[in-house]
Write a protein that binds this ligand. Sequence first.
Ligand SMILES: [Zn+2]
Length: 275
Amino acid sequence: MSVYKPASADLGAADRDAGRDRPRLRSVLPRRAARRQLRRPAARREASSPALAGPHGRSSSGTAPRAPIPYIVAREGEMEESLLDLRAFLSSAGSSRISYWNETLGDRDGQGVLWARFSQSRDEHGDLTGAPRWKMISTPRQREAMSKLLCQFCGEPARMPDGRLLFLNSKEECGPNPNTTIRTAQPPFCLKHARMAPQRCPHLAEHGYVALLTQSAPLYGVIGTPYQYTADRTIQAMACDGVPVPYGSAALDWIVAAQLVRTPRAYTVVNLEDL
Ligand SMILES: [Zn+2]
């Protein structure tokens, strides 16, 4: 799995709001300087998607040729926009977790994990716009594709007619023995785009790939930026090695997620040409 590069900045301080159990956060950086420092992409990694056309890469003008932009590739104008809104939430019971000042239900997933807020460049029809940022993955679209099991190229349902799912993982990610437990942040492919991917994707071409067929790929956890609440009551981003953190882990209380991870179960290694 590619290395996840977290933002690193001193974000602010949190205090207990006496009597109301609501912590306060004060920024320790000038707001403009802090924004410059914090606008680092939370999900930056090598885009391992091939350059293929899909309905979500089509120009909304109807006249321009289809741009070969996979669904989950980030676009110009899309950025993480939320780091200054982070705070420490301290409960009356003594527990704590990372939170947003203006948190809404959509900021957490079904497991209660906080997600990075990442804008999307879409026109009035909902079509994606903007030039591709090939080395970045869109956090909300990776999460959408992974949670709904959509093809990472075209954004359409990835399950084949027989219900199976097809994942392509680089040999770099799978390691020397593909018959091991795999945690992947790569959403599945529909069969059409899986067949095209190895020829079009620089990452798969460079490292080789393993095609995995499975009936089941349950959610495992997330990759994200870990934060810590320091002795001087500031929230500080920590280094991240890109290793997925499983749902249920206490560490998730202090992680802002950027990628959703699944575990293909009882998979079969297949040759794409045989499908
Ligand atoms: Zn597809």
